[in-house]
Design a protein around this ligand. Structure first.
Ligand code: TK8
Length: 335
């Protein structure tokens, strides 16, 4: 009898100690908008992030993803975060330079040589410094996800040297550094929101655009383009931004879970991108597009010609920011 009583008391204690379950967590519906489509690796990242959040919050923190710009483009969605009417967005940093000019550092042509060095810079002190600037603008960057190295596609002719860009109507992001980079190479560059690109290519309002292979694949640009040139002219990060106004109303446990799980999602997204990049390139070729890589000499010519863009935009980005990233890259490269 005594044994039974003890066991019952222990059980009752165990139940009361763990109840109410996940008390530090509230039911939250977190809307995450995306310009890209659900089959982009960001989709894998969001699924991994959700699994992590389910474990930490007992299913209370729920992400609802919106794709293909359904909640508005990068800039529009980011402004909705700043005014506290939307929770989250996965956006390129490039269209946000009007909000945080220092972000323009990532748009400088040929800045990163490979993804490993991009990860080191973004996931380290430099990335943290940029996060503070975003925070001051009402945006909590949970983690740097990957958009990736950008390549040029067009419907006019193969591009083997920068002179082939002469007069080509190239869509660029809403970003002056990209605009100048392409104008400096002789292209007729036009800033445009991502959501308008497919139809502008289809109607030939523009000839060309530049994005990573996975985007040319998942946003179906291959249907309206003929040539692809591997230029790797820029590596643009994705930011997983949260509305600071909304984040501040969350419990510390909820905030920690979101930060930790955004990193779990980031790692999955980067892994899937690396795999899909190769498959996307194969698919683009199989769809009949002509793909070429720039020769190392031509790559070097374009890089040298593009260096004026660094000088032109240094003051507006912040000389300390530009010098800071170049010094960090030098250290990473060991030379
Ligand atoms: C998606 C965009 C896109 C970007 C662009 O919303 O605009 O070209 O590379 O992927 O962020």
């Amino acid at each position: 009898m005594r044994q039974l009583l003890l066991a019952t008391t222990a059980l009752a204690f165990a139940v009361s100690a763990s109840a109410p379950a996940f008390a530090e967590f509230n039911e939250r519906n977190i809307r995450v908008s995306n310009g890209i489509n659900a089959d982009h690796p960001v989709g894998n990242g969001i699924n991994a992030m959700q699994t992590c959040l389910d474990e930490k919050s007992g299913g209370k923190l729920k992400l609802t993803a919106f794709w293909g710009g359904a909640l508005g483009g990068d800039l529009q969605a980011t402004q909705a975060l700043r005014s506290g009417v939307q929770e989250a967005v996965v956006t390129s940093s490039s269209p946000l330079v009007g909000i945080v000019p220092a972000l323009g550092v990532f748009d400088l042509p040929f800045l990163f040589a490979n993804s490993e060095e991009a990860y080191k810079v973004l996931d380290g002190k430099f990335g943290d410094m940029m996060n503070e600037k975003l925070d001051a603008a009402g945006l909590v960057n949970l983690a740097y996800w990957e958009n990736g190295f950008r390549n040029l596609s067009n419907s006019v002719r193969p591009v083997n040297k920068w002179e082939d860009l002469q007069g080509m109507k190239v869509r660029v992001m809403q970003n002056n550094i990209f605009l100048d980079t392409f104008q400096n190479l002789g292209a007729n560059a036009t800033p445009m929101a991502f959501g308008e690109v497919f139809s502008a290519l289809e109607t030939k309002a523009i000839d060309a655009q530049e994005n990573p292979y996975v985007t040319i694949d998942t946003s179906k640009f291959f249907e309206v383009q003929k040539y692809v040139t591997e230029t790797n002219h820029a590596y643009t990060p994705f930011l997983f931004l949260f509305s600071k106004a909304i984040f501040n109303t969350y419990t510390p446990e909820e905030q920690t879970a979101l930060r930790e799980c955004a990193i779990v999602g980031r790692d999955e997204e980067r892994k899937v991108i690396q795999e899909l990049n190769k498959k996307s390139l194969e698919k683009i070729k199989a769809e009949g597009l002509e793909v070429n890589a720039l020769s190392p000499e031509e790559q070097e010519r374009i890089r040298e010609k593009s260096m004026v863009v660094y000088e032109k935009h240094k003051a507006e980005i912040g000389a300390d920011v530009v010098d800071g990233i170049l010094a960090e890259l030098k250290q990473i490269r060991g030379k």
